[in-house]
Design a protein around this ligand. Structure first.
Ligand code: UD1
Length: 418
């Protein structure tokens, strides 16, 4: 535990804030640096604990990796290891993105994975099936996965039964240095996939169709480092929009790509907020009382992102009327509901559906975050609530948000870490 947050709610937010680089982009990009010779300069790296863990993994594997401000400088010319030890693995859930990169770089990889995670079971069958098609032999024992490829990875036709983000990333990382062509159908189309492809292309990879359902990769013999700027974090942007909405606030978010939020911004408008997106900025002005926004169904991109479900539920909690949430991506992604209920929210959950009846007021309470986006949802609810909220478990928040409490207090929130 790294402490807790104390929030005194119902302070209107106003002002402007810069949006951090995307966590879900930077992690696969950092693992992709393993594939390159020479120097990588990665700008807009968020200062979050998952990034620190990824840099520690790169150093453990033999690379040099330093973060100065928001710029990481990485060299992976002397990679000496191809396994991630358990202590590093425990620090970061998404170590699986290192699998494809380690394999492509060294011909072998060993990772031990925890059985479940904060979002329920997190299977990796799609990753492993794809790697097998590319010539990898895989031994799974006692929760550890050992992969080996005899000569070189070979290109393959891979049709994903579900457009998994992580599986698409691992296939890309394996395919860029494989022998021949790889075709991924039903690939994930998230902006973070396009960002990874942009990085790899700048390193010398041949990738066609990034951001589309079919991606074609012609393997090359080697990749060199490059200079790359990570895209803005669309989920951090939604979190600030939500914070503005529930406090009747007025904010400007700098450094955003509003098209990445096409499935989300209309919900804020439906709730009665005025939202204008232009020139990389998003302006939001919120009414005194929000209206419910009928339904939210999480889907693969370009649908509504599962990572924004929890914070939008906090918005729905104080909006007038009924909002229905359907979580289609993860099995167990309503762990914030019980804590929101402690603050006076009216939410009923049945399997993948949560029905929120907006209340006039939430009230401060002692609550505990159990995962990253749930933690952000509790912060948003606390900003809306009457009185004092204490939020424990903020180590989860720090996995993905850079100094959220500092940014919010600069915008007028009464929030501090103790
Ligand atoms: C990534 C994001 C996460 C986001 C999710 C969906 C990172 C570090 N994490 O996670 O924040 O919530 O995308 O947008 O980028 N599945 C299988 N078998 C597999 C792989 C996935 O059944 O081999 C299932 C999962 O259990 C889940 C669904 O597919 O139900 C989506 O998973 P996936 O898209 O792979 O998400 P992640 O890459 O884990």
């Amino acid at each position: 535990m790294t402490g807790k947050l104390i929030v005194n709610g119902r302070k209107k937010l106003s002002g402007q804030t810069d949006i951090q680089g995307a966590k879900n982009s930077v992690l696969p990009i950092l693992s992709a640096t393993l594939l390159t010779g020479g120097e990588n300069v990665i700008h807009c790296c968020p200062q979050i604990s998952d990034v620190y863990s990824a840099l520690r993994i790169l150093r453990y594997l033999g690379g040099s990796a330093n973060l100065e401000g928001h710029t990481a400088v990485i060299k992976c010319d002397c990679i000496t290891r191809s396994e991630i030890p358990e202590n590093l693995m425990r620090e970061m859930r998404s170590t699986i993105v290192f699998l494809g990169a380690m394999l492509a770089r060294t011909g072998q990889a060993r990772i031990c994975l925890p059985g479940g995670c904060e979002l329920g079971p997190r299977p990796i069958d799609l990753h492993l099936n794809a790697l097998r098609k590319m010539g990898v032999s895989i031994d799974e024992r006692y929760g550890c996965i050992s992969c080996r490829v005899r000569d070189r990875l070979r290109g393959a036709k891979i049709s994903l039964p579900f457009p998994s983000v992580g599986a698409t990333e691992n296939i890309l990382l394996s395919a860029v240095l494989a022998d021949g062509t790889t075709i991924i159908t039903n690939a994930a189309r998230e902006p973070e996939i396009s960002d990874l492809c942009d990085y790899l292309t700048a390193c010398g990879a041949n990738i066609y169709g990034a951001g589309e359902g079919t991606i074609v990769i012609d393997g090359v013999d080697k990749l060199s480092g490059c200079v790359h700027t990570v895209i803005p974090d669309r989920i951090a942007a939604v979190t600030f929009l939500a914070a503005a909405a529930v406090t009747g606030g007025k904010l400007v978010l700098n450094g955003t790509v509003s098209s990445h939020l096409d499935a989300v911004i209309p919900l804020f408008e439906e709730a009665g907020c005025r939202v204008i997106a232009e020139n990389g900025k998003i302006y939001i002005r919120s009414p005194e009382r929000l209206r419910a926004f009928k339904s939210v169904r999480t889907m693969p991109y370009p649908g509504f992102p599962t990572d924004a479900q929890a914070v939008m539920m906090s918005v729905a909690c104080v909006a007038e009327g009924t909002t229905v949430f359907v979580e289609n991506i993860f099995e167990s992604r309503y762990r914030h509901v019980e804590e929101l209920t402690r603050m006076g929210a009216n939410i009923r959950v049945a399997n993948r559906v949560a029905v929120t009846e907006g209340v006039e007021r939430l009230f401060g309470a002692n609550v505990t975050a159990l995962e990253l986006r749930g933690a952000a949802a509790l912060v948003v609810a606390a900003l809306a609530a009457e009185g004092k909220t204490e939020i424990e478990g903020i180590n989860f928040l720090e996995r993905g948000y850079e100094n959220l409490e500092v940014a919010l207090s600069e915008l007028g929130a009464d929030i501090k870490k103790v």
